[in-house]
Design a protein around this ligand. Structure first.
Ligand code: GDP
Ligand code: IMO
Ligand code: MG
Length: 431
């Protein structure tokens, strides 16, 4: 049974959590393949709200197996807290598993994230300060500590000792900070290992067995294309491969396992943290969108920067991710606007361009066409035909530009606030 991938097409927070939860209903597995607890994936079911950081967004269904895959970086303290929170509100987490090969975020990673950001001054990235970058740095430097190391006290002791000695030199000499105490960190992590031990699996074999047993697998992306370490707005990016290509490296599966690449975009754009944002709105319209769309970070609570839909960026994202199923979320948020702008070109170094530059700069500006608003509430609508004409024209414009049909439109945060635009394709793929 070929697998499906959910991927964010902008700068994150597109509603991946909502759509993953929706599609998890007909999945046997939901698997995270990159990122860490820098993610905040929201799910809203009737009057209940959940925000997931490391636990895959299939956890609300007790029958779905959730795997935090090998390419993810895991902060055990944060994961244990998240699991306890879910259990305390009656969510069964017994089917949440973690990959042996996943790397562990340690206290020195969180501190390094903070100190490196401070050292960058006005060039800082605006990271979540969860230690994600430094954890991946150690992984690439081949000195990282993996989940499986927690199962062997002797190995864990040696690796932690090496790392703490090294980091303490950095802390004292470069950052002029206090050193860390080995023993307390060692004991703390031994406790985490005990709590998590029953959940540790060889995820690669688990996933391959599931595939060969014709199980339905949904891979849940975190962050999004424009934050990708290779293809995003470098250096203002996260530190993993957020694109669909990241599934193969992050979950240990070959490309032919993957069939549907479900790209999620908001009907407009947002970004948290610093970095170029060609369609950013610098007027009270931004405040209006932020308020109506509740655009505050699910992990850091920071206000999100808001902007118009950027079709150049979106086309670039669809191209790299091989998107063949497009989902548009938060269309309801635009309902009060008189005019909705859509970016179709950029002004880049005094030239007009129609591609996403590899050296995206702060001063790149969007060039727009104006689209008339629909000025009516659409959050209760379930059938595409019932949408106002201007709303349908907005969707059609996007489809024509991208040469891609929209499969699903989300018109509210609640699990059922959706319009399935192409029912035959949707039910063929997701039942
Ligand atoms: P993720 O990181 O991609 O999972 O997205 P987040 O959960 O960080 O942010 C998306 C926010 O928008 C959450 O608060 C969702 O509850 C909310 N949301 C998702 N889809 C819709 C929608 O169609 N309309 C509205 N108004 N809110 C939505
Ligand atoms: P989800 O999965 C939005 C951003 C940070 C910062 C940059 C680098 O909820 O969509 P990092 O801590 O990863 O080193 O920060 O990436 N960022 C996100 N922005 N949604 C996310 O995740 C993000 N995860 C990281 O704000 O700009
Ligand atoms: Mg989010």
């Amino acid at each position: 049974m070929p697998s499906n991938v959910i991927v964010g097409l902008q700068w994150g927070d597109e509603g991946k959590g909502k759509i993953t939860d929706l599609l998890a209903k007909n999945s046997d597995y939901v698997i995270r393949y990159q990122g860490g607890n820098n993610s905040g994936h929201s799910i809203h079911i009737r009057n209940r709200y959940f925000v997931l950081h490391l636990v895959p967004s299939g956890v609300i269904y007790s029958g779905v197996k959730c795997i935090i895959g090998p390419g993810v970086v895991i902060d055990p303290k944060s994961l244990i807290q998240e699991i306890q929170n879910l259990e305390s509100i009656g969510i069964n987490t017994s089917k949440v598993f973690i990959a042996k090969r996943a790397h562990i975020t340690m206290p020195y990673h969180r501190l390094l994230d903070k100190y490196q950001e401070e050292a960058l001054g006005d060039k800082s990235i605006g990271t979540t300060q969860k230690g994600i970058g430094p954890t991946y740095e150690d992984k690439i430097a081949r000195i990282g500590i993996r989940v499986l190391d927690l199962l062997n006290l002797e190995t864990f002791y040696k690796k932690l000792k090496y790392n703490i000695d090294l980091k303490n030199k950095l802390f004292i000499k470069i950052f002029k900070k206090k050193p860390l105490i080995f023993q307390s960190i060692y004991e703390e992590y031994i406790e985490y290992a005990k709590i998590l031990s029953d959940r540790i699996v060889d995820a690669v074999y688990e996933i391959h067995n599931a595939f060969h047993n014709k199980k339905k697998i949904l891979f849940e992306g975190a962050q999004a294309m424009l934050l990708d370490i290779n293809y995003g707005t470098y250096p203002y990016v996260t530190t993993s491969s957020t694109s669909t290509g990241g599934v193969c490296t992050g979950a240990g599966v070959p490309p032919h396992f993957l069939k549907n690449f479900i790209g999620i975009t908001k009907a407009y754009c947002t970004r948290v943290g610093f970095g170029p944002f060609p369609t950013e709105i610098k007027s009270e319209i931004c405040d209006g969108i932020r308020k109506k769309g509740n655009e505050y970070g699910a992990t850091t609570k920071r206000p999100r920067r808001c902007g118009w839909l950027d079709l150049i960026a979106l086309k670039y994202s669809c191209m790299i991710n091989g998107v063949n199923c497009l989902v548009i979320t938060k269309l309801d948020v635009l309902s009060e606007l008189d005019i909705i702008k859509i970016c179709v070109k950029y002004k880049y170094e005094n030239k007009i361009i129609k591609y996403f530059p590899s050296n995206m700069k702060q001063d790149v500006k969007g060039i727009y066409i104006d689209h008339p608003g629909w000025k009516q509430d659409i959050s209760h609508i379930h059938e595409y035909e019932d949408l106002p004409n201007n709303c349908k024209k907005y969707i059609k414009f996007i489809e024509d530009y991208l040469k891609l049909e929209v499969l699903l439109i989300s018109v509210g945060s609640e699990r059922n606030q959706n319009i399935i635009k192409n029912k035959s394709i949707f039910f063929r793929i997701f039942t």
